[in-house]
Design a protein around this ligand. Structure first.
Ligand SMILES: CC(C)(COP(=O)(O)OP(=O)(O)OC[C@H]1O[C@@H](n2cnc3c(N)ncnc32)[C@H](O)[C@@H]1OP(=O)(O)O)[C@@H](O)C(=O)NCCC(=O)NCCS
Length: 208
């Protein structure tokens, strides 16, 4: 978008060049493109961007639309609500140790969150644990794979050795998705019904 600059010089003079403070002024935040537009397979449009502290209300609304099954698959236990403090914490990312991407539906007012993917880095192990969630009405459109691919890319950018996560064995959609992305599955004898799935990123793991 072009910037319209107004000059205060009298019209009978040639316009003065803009002040340096105007030439180099940053555009206001609400005028900046925020994120990347992505189109779903069925032609709907979303914006993919990092999560922001201002996303708390959208995250809570997104949680309120989830089924008990989706909640259990994402958090590995039942939860009836997303407490405000937890929602704030999830939106307040420490960039040194976390990445969280959201898929925002800006066709509504206010914009709604349709998907979230995040990693937590364990620096001592040189790996990161992931989680991902796509709202039910937006599944089977390639969004889960998109979020996972972005998280894998982010782990590679951070030079991590591995990305991994816990997935319930009954969670066929997630297990299928991860298989397609090349993850391997390991059963956890201490956690029946849960698998640890991981993708080696070709970097040496730090000795534990
Ligand atoms: C698992 C989840 C993230 C998948 O999201 P999604 O947007 O539907 O995934 P995609 O559309 O990118 O699917 C990618 C591939 O995964 C597999 N897949 C996804 N959903 C599937 C389903 N219901 N059954 C079988 N395979 C499935 C398919 O191979 C699919 O490729 P295809 O559509 O070309 O066949 C979503 O269902 C979800 O959020 N579930 C609840 C939370 C959760 O389970 N999180 C994971 C634990 S952290």
């Amino acid at each position: 978008m072009s910037l319209a600059i107004t000059y205060s010089a009298p019209l009978r003079f040639a316009p003065l060049p803009p002040r340096s403070s105007e030439r180099f002024a940053r555009r206001p935040a609400n005028d900046e493109p925020r994120g990347e537009h992505v189109a779903t397979r069925d032609g709907r449009e979303l914006v993919l961007r990092p999560i922001e502290p201002g996303d708390v209300a959208a995250l809570q609304r997104c949680f309120s639309r989830l089924s008990p099954e989706d909640i259990r698959r994402r958090f590995l236990h039942a939860m009836s609500e997303l407490p405000a403090l937890m929602a704030q914490r999830l939106c307040q990312v420490d960039p040194a140790l976390e990445t969280a991407f959201v898929l925002m539906d800006e066709s509504t007012t206010p914009a709604e969150m349709r998907g979230v993917g995040r990693i937590y880095v364990d620096q001592s192990a040189n790996n990161a644990e992931f989680s991902v969630l796509v709202e039910h009405d937006w599944t089977r459109l390639g969004l889960g794979a998109l979020l996972m691919q972005r998280l894998v890319d982010d782990c590679r950018r951070r030079n991590l050795a591995e990305i991994w996560g816990y997935v319930l064995l009954e969670n066929r959609p997630m297990l299928e998705l991860c298989k397609e992305l090349g993850f391997v599955r390991r059963l956890l004898p201490s956690e029946p019904g849960t698998a640890q799935i991981s993708l080696a990123l070709g970097k040496p793991a730090k000795p534990r």
